[in-house]
Design a protein around this ligand. Structure first.
Ligand code: FAD
Length: 301
């Protein structure tokens, strides 16, 4: 048996579903093929924050990506606005200089800067709602053979355009090079209505996210005591106590090796044989997925 669609999207994480949703809303015949509804895209909480890391680097096109994320996700789930980024005294002038012309809305508090339109959301209901009504085939893809995806069992799916959004686990299908970085997010018995983020983040019922050394292939090692301790110590530094832990979630981020640039402005969306890849988003999948999905949907008509 052979199925076909104008656009066949491999992957039902935040990247694949954002794209498929936008194409479907534009009346394109789209089919999503995936083994499961998201993989890295299933932390208990995701932060959408364009001011990155301990160095407070501004994400490329951060304000534009945040605007797209607000408009898109807000149609499907509640967004919990406002992310407090504690800033050490000596860094404040530098952070202010970065933010002042950035297009981001922010305000200073005693502890640091609040990004007023950054937010956290719950990814699992988001994926569920993005998938509602979309043609979705639950299957494992064994080969990328344009214009076909070859499925386990021998069935083939034909797409006029194929889009790879298979995250970390599917990259061998295209031979994409990059780093696979496992991390941990703890689910908590305590609740933090406003996100606070410096080294670790506390948001809703979650404490994230650790970084294990990167690997050449995706793997999901069991949580280590060192990681949990590191997360709890980070939380204590932020709020003065250690929140109570209910469970742990392990995921793997995929970061693409630096490439030759992309016609779409950001390195996570680029042409491949038979179509496009929307992947390699590292820790910023929820920030960039709507902006890039929008650009690709527009390019595909
Ligand atoms: C610990 C941790 C914390 C994070 N916190 C945040 C955060 O706060 N904010 C943020 O923006 N980002 C965060 N991220 C990063 C974010 O989760 C990822 O960037 C994003 O989820 C990647 O989405 P994706 O759609 O590319 O991949 P995935 O969600 O991994 O989806 C891949 C899809 O492809 C399918 N698939 C793969 N291979 C095959 C195959 N062979 N056959 C069939 N289907 C296949 C899978 O079933 C799945 O549906 C975090 C990541 C980790 C690990």
């Amino acid at each position: 048996m052979e199925r076909e669609a104008q656009v066949v999207v491999l992957g039902a994480g935040v990247a694949g579903l954002s794209l498929a949703r936008l194409l479907w809303e534009r009346g394109r015949r789209v089919l999503v093929v995936a083994e499961a509804l998201g993989e890295a895209s299933r932390p208990p909480v995701a932060l959408v924050n364009p001011l990155r890391g301990q160095r407070f680097a501004l994400a490329l096109e951060g304000a534009r990506a945040l605007e797209a994320a607000l408009g898109f996700y807000g149609r499907f789930v509640s967004l919990h606005l406002g992310v407090l980024r504690p800033v050490p005294e000596g860094e404040r002038e530098r952070v202010e200089a970065r933010l002042v012309g950035s297009g981001l809305r922010y305000a200073w508090e005693e502890a640091g800067v609040v990004l007023e339109e950054a937010f956290w959301l719950e990814p699992r209901p988001l994926l569920q709602r993005l998938a509602e009504g979309l043609p979705l085939l639950k299957a494992r893809v064994l080969a990328w053979d344009p214009p076909f995806l070859v499925l386990e069992g021998g069935e083939r799916v034909r797409g006029e355009v194929l889009v790879y959004a298979g995250g970390s686990r599917g990259v061998h299908l295209l031979g994409l090079a990059g780093r696979h970085v496992p991390g941990l997010v703890l689910s908590l018995l305590d609740y933090f209505p406003r996100a606070v983020s410096y080294r670790v983040y506390l948001a809703g019922v979650a404490l994230g996210g650790s970084y294990l050394p990167h690997e050449a292939h995706p793997s999901l090692p069991p949580p280590t005591e060192g990681e949990v301790e590191w997360l709890l110590a980070g939380a204590e530094a932020l709020v003065g106590y250690r929140p109570r832990v209910a469970s742990a979630w392990r995921g793997v981020r995929f970061r693409l090796a630096p490439g030759d640039g992309s016609p779409f402005g950001l390195p996570y969306l680029f042409p491949v044989e038979g179509g496009f890849a929307l992947t390699g988003l590292g820790s910023t999948g929820f920030l960039y997925a709507p902006l890039l999905a929008g650009r690709l949907a527009q390019a595909l008509g």
